[in-house]
Design a protein around this ligand. Structure first.
Ligand SMILES: *Cc1c(COP(=O)(O)O)cnc(C)c1O
Length: 400
């Protein structure tokens, strides 16, 4: 890390991100093209409507959509797309939100298995608009008849979430979901925040597709709304109402445009080859160690990205998977691994947000902590419950 690193100047820990695209760590490495576009526009004035028109053209081309715009986040995109589906272009109705009492339609159907939390509840992003969530089926079982039965004359939209967060079986496929919704005249909104596929959801029946600008695209914090012109326009017009608090500045719009255009030109094969080198290094570092089972696994939602799944047998390795993850995070430099399922005795190492050379530091830190554990006379095993409570307590202590 260079001494000019703003993090050391501000007393912040220089973390290495081996966990993927995490909002809590600053999302992703913003690509140079986006940094340059933001730098270039920050000191200039621009007509924002025109800048969003320019964004619309780029989004339309990248996503195979009729139109698009940039908002504060994908989460904001959910709220605005739902709001637009309720109000259309009626400015008076837009100003009345979240009061929906005079609107003919204010319900949004969502499969129960899609009502997840991406840092905040999906359900709340819908409710902020004033809409009511109608849950479809059960968490692990949804069928076309559940969806058809949930849709009424009050249904404004059907929301579909594509993510590793959702229940991974028993859900209605998007094509069938869209078929049932469309047969009843209901538009389909897809939350594909973290999904690399910019064209597939619209091609498979979605009317609106939502993405984060700051995740795989490597843009600044923002959300991309893409889809049918009337729905995109109705969502955009919410900027005169509830969208004001989700306002995005010229720099984020410019950055999203540049990131999307750079994505189209990126050498994706070279990126994958670099990620593969990191995975192979970690695999060779861990293979043959007592109690450690490393395996390269594909992304659960088929993004073109592999991770290293590291399963730890605490008795043989003398440390639990979560204590290893925590030791890595406490270390020098801190390495944050992907540990959201760590109670099952594994975590993942994700190479997609590493700077050149950081994979070597990750390998060294794994070696140091596992060697230390192997020499320990006792198994390093913090009770999971204590770990949960400590995490929650640390969050509640902020700003102290
Ligand atoms: C990250 C994520 C979001 C939130 O995206 P932001 O742009 O950070 O608001 C929404 N849905 C899913 C499935 C996500 O993974």
């Amino acid at each position: 890390m260079a001494s000019s690193d703003i993090r050391s100047e501000w007393g912040l820990r220089p973390v290495i991100n081996a966990s993927g695209t995490m909002t809590s760590l600053g999302a992703s490495i913003v690509v140079p093209e986006a940094v340059e576009a933001m730098r270039a526009i920050l000191t200039e004035f621009v007509e924002m409507g025109d800048l969003q028109r320019r964004a619309s053209r780029t989004i339309a081309k990248a996503c195979g959509a009729e139109a698009g715009f940039v908002t504060a986040s994908c989460s904001a995109g959910i709220t605005l797309a739902v709001a637009g589906a309720m109000t259309g272009a009626d400015l008076a109705a837009i100003e009345r939100l979240p009061d929906t009492s005079r609107l003919p339609r204010d319900e949004v159907v969502v499969q129960a298995g899609h009502l997840v939390n991406y840092g905040a509840p999906v359900e709340q992003a819908v409710r902020i608009s004033g809409a009511k969530v109608v849950s479809v089926g059960q968490a692990t079982s949804a069928e076309a008849y559940h969806l058809a039965g949930a849709i009424t004359e009050r249904t404004a939209a059907a929301l579909y979430v594509v993510s590793h967060h959702v229940v991974e079986y028993g859900q209605i496929p998007l094509e069938e979901f869209a078929e049932v919704a469309h047969a009843k005249g209901v538009p389909v909104i897809v939350d594909g925040a973290s999904e690399y596929d910019l064209t597939g959801f619209l091609a498979r029946g979605a009317d609106v597709a939502l993405y984060s600008s700051h995740k795989f695209l490597g843009g600044p914090t923002g959300g991309i709304v893409a889809g049918a012109k009337d729905l995109v326009k109705a969502a955009y017009l919410q900027n005169l109402g509830i969208g004001r608090g989700m306002k995005v500045g010229k720099e984020s719009i410019a950055g999203a445009i540049a990131a999307l255009e750079a994505w189209g030109k990126r050498d994706h094969a070279a990126v994958r080859a670099r990620e593969k080198r990191a995975l192979d290094l970690w695999l060779s570092t861990l293979e043959g160690r007592a109690g450690v089972d490393p395996r390269i696994v594909p992304d659960p939602t088929n993004n073109p990205l592999d991770r290293l799944k590291v399963t730890v047998d605490p008795e043989a390795a003398h440390i639990t998977a979560w204590d290893l993850a925590d030791a890595m995070a406490r270390g020098e430099p801190p390495v944050i691994v992907r540990d959201h399922e760590v109670e099952h005795h594994y975590f993942y190492l994700d190479p997609c947000n590493l700077h050149e050379g950081e994979e070597t530091i990750v390998a060294r830190r794994l070696d140091e902590e596992l060697t230390r554990a192997a020499r320990s006379n006792t198994v390093i095993a913090t009770p999971l419950l204590a770990r949960r409570k400590a995490k929650m307590a640390a969050m509640s202590r902020w700003p102290d």
